[in-house]
Design a protein around this ligand. Structure first.
Ligand SMILES: N[C@@H](CCC(=O)N[C@@H](CS)C(=O)NCC(=O)O)C(=O)O
Length: 210
């Protein structure tokens, strides 16, 4: 970091889109970041050491800055990008960026990302009954979120204003891999596809698997 703050450490599982948002933010800003890996499938974020020392909420990502720990992907992105070009200077645009980041956490991630986790990593035949009954409602809600994004992107290159912001970073993370679940098809969302290509074409873009 240029302000004398220590190099942040990202506690992550590399397959997680929430963690990837933070790596992508750092890459786009040219900021160094260290990485500590956990395997969520093995419960490594639920150990007493993790719960007492990293995040009492038992989840990654967590951004460690010195001795302080910041969970929640969008808060961590904000910490890195505050006062940068990824955050609009205009007050309304800044709030609008947050609007899309809240949308991502409420309408998009709990549906699109959760279905990716259940169907691709856990496996449909290993889902609990509780999870199984939620597949269809999550598919409907995820579809509604992707449709809304497509509608917005049909008329706009970026979610806010005329350049990439954290809203794009937050929404890109799970959208570009939404087909992993087998529930969503990007061909249904042509404007989203064009926007994905736009994000992937940004200087310093890093892929999820890098
Ligand atoms: N709202 C949180 C969601 C964090 C989250 O759900 N993390 C998942 C991986 S993407 C996790 O750690 N799961 C492991 C577990 O719950 O045990 C964020 O945006 O960071």
């Amino acid at each position: 970091m240029t302000d004398g703050a220590p190099v942040p450490i990202l506690h992550e599982d590399p397959v997680s889109g929430n963690c990837y948002k933070i790596r992508l933010t750092a890459a786009l800003l040219g900021m160094p970041i260290e990485r500590r890996e956990y395997d969520i499938m093995k419960g490594e974020t639920r150990t007493p050491a993790f719960l007492s020392g990293v995040n009492a909420n038992g989840r990654i990502p967590v951004l460690q800055v010195g001795t302080r720990f910041l969970p929640e992907s969008n808060a961590a992105c904000w910490y890195l990008a505050d006062s940068s070009a990824l955050v609009p200077a205009d007050r309304f645009d800044r709030a609008d960026m947050l609007r899309w980041m809240f949308f991502e956490q409420y309408n998009h991630e709990p549906n699109v990302a959760t279905l990716r986790f259940w169907m691709h990593f856990v496996g449909r035949d290993k889902l609990t009954e509780f999870q199984r009954v939620q597949v269809e409602p999550k598919w409907m809600a995820g579809t509604a979120a992707l449709k809304l994004m497509d509608q917005h992107l049909a008329a706009n290159d970026w979610f806010v204003g005329s350049a990439v912001t954290l809203a794009d970073v937050a929404l890109f993370a799970y959208t570009h891999v939404c087909e992993d679940s087998g529930c969503f098809h990007l061909a249904d969302y042509p404007a989203v596809r064009r926007w994905i290509a736009r994000v992937e074409g940004l200087p310093d873009f890093v892929a999820m698997k890098d």
